[in-house]
Design a protein around this ligand. Structure first.
Ligand code: G6P
Ligand code: MG
Length: 215
């Protein structure tokens, strides 16, 4: 039986994936790189550092470490500025209700996001009370699609891999769950998931309810 749910944050709990994209677009432009939504899919679930490597890789640009670091800092400042706009309606459809249902049914909830801004965002959205554990990406060496962060998240809520299901909007994330031997629900058109939903609103539908709340 499923005893807990592991949530990705950006694009699953909060409508923040668009802010990452806008911030990266601005940064990329300085190097004459035009980011498009298709390429952006490769950045979802990927750490800040690795994202910049991928972006600069488009033009085979390699920056000295110092400049690289200052670009990372700048990207995060742009991103944090966008986060000023965060409010109740930044919580994606159905998520709050779903979290309330999980709490009521004594299911455990963990967040497994590559974002170092996750605790800040969850606090700002007043969702911390629904969450039992937040994995710290800073202390996990291998990012998604490696399974480590989901293994840590399951451990954090005291559950085994076959007692949890992960919810992800990125291919890297679904692949990480797959490698962790965990069930996954994809948001969007993803490979390797148990099934995909078009939107988080569908988490309240029968299919997901049967999987998580049965028994
Ligand atoms: C998530 C997002 C990525 C982002 C990463 C790091 O995985 O999907 O787009 O690059 O977190 O986020 P951070 O807030 O630490 O830069
Ligand atoms: Mg995501």
């Amino acid at each position: 039986d499923i005893k807990g749910v592991l949530f990705d944050l950006d694009g699953v709990i909060a409508d923040t994936a668009k802010y990452h994209y806008l911030a990266w677009r601005e940064v990329a432009k300085r190097y004459d790189i035009e980011l498009c939504e298709g390429f952006n899919e490769n950045l979802k679930g990927v750490s800040r550092r690795e994202s910049l490597e991928k972006i600069l890789g488009i033009k085979n640009i390699v920056l000295p470490e110092e400049e690289f670091k200052s670009v990372l800092k700048e990207k995060n400042e742009l991103y944090i500025n966008y986060l000023e706009e965060l409010g109740e309606d930044s919580i994606l459809p159905g998520i709050k209700e779903f979290l309330i249902d999980l709490k009521r049914s004594n299911k455990r909830v963990a967040v497994a996001s590559a974002s170092k801004n996750a605790p800040y965002i969850l606090e700002k959205l007043e969702l911390l009370k629904y969450i039992d554990y937040i994995a710290d990406p800073g202390s996990i060496e291998r990012g998604k699609p490696e399974p480590d962060i989901f293994l840590d998240a399951a451990r954090g809520i005291g559950l085994k891999t076959d007692e949890v299901v992960g919810i992800e909007d990125s291919q890297a994330g679904v692949d990480a769950l797959y490698r962790a031997n965990m069930l996954s629900i994809g948001i969007g058109d993803l490979r390797n998931s148990l099934y995909n939903l078009e939107s988080t609103g569908e988490l309240l539908d029968k299919k997901t309810r049967r999987l998580i709340f049965k028994g």
